[in-house]
Design a protein around this ligand. Sequence first.
Ligand SMILES: [Zn+2]
Length: 258
Amino acid sequence: MELFDSHCHLDPMRYLDELPAVVARARAAGVTGMAIIGTRAMDSEAAADLASREPGLVATAGIHPNDVNEVVAGEWDRIVTLAESGRVAAIGETGLDWYRHDAPPDIQREWFDRHVQLAQRLSLPLVVHTRESLADVLAMLREAVARGPLTAILHAFTGTSVEAGEALELGCYLGFAGMVTFRSSAGLREVAATVPIDRLLVETDSPFLSPEPLRGRRNEPAHVVHTARCLALARGVSLEVLAAATAANARRLFRCGG
Ligand SMILES: [Zn+2]
């Protein structure tokens, strides 16, 4: 079995010298692929360095919507340079967050639009964060898709089936994280069960969002198997089928062979 964790934050600041052990535990659990997601210039660059050393790993470059009001001089240029260098497989994590108010909505929209345009210019997929903002994210993606080709990944998807349908119509991939395993998430499991298998991704969002039965602990890519098992059960397929399909989707999307 091979699994692909399509969204994890493995910046050295969070895992310190444990990082090699975290990657080793992931591989031992069958997680042969991981997308390491950048949220600032520094962790995007660290992600690209890690991905260049470790087979099967890819990196992304972007500035998280909760961080856009802290951007320092030259930081966006570093993201653009990294993206243009060909060392990253996607742009983001970007998006809109109406739950936290770290940055005002108009500033978040402006930064989301920058990331959209960079992804479109470089023909790279876009990693999108939404929180209480899905309608506005979909509206901006709809405008972007009208301007030119764009493939967006709605990570840690928690929307309704109607919203999932709109996202799929726009060509989005939907990533499911630990929330889908929670007892209270029966509705989300129903939504996940209806997503076409070729648009489905599985992720940890490490170090956050640990799935059941590990809820509350620090998350790491090895734990993605719990979320994959939950999705397999919801869809009535084997874990192996679910793992192979979601890994194939991630490899196609991030163009990382295998
Ligand atoms: Zn994230």
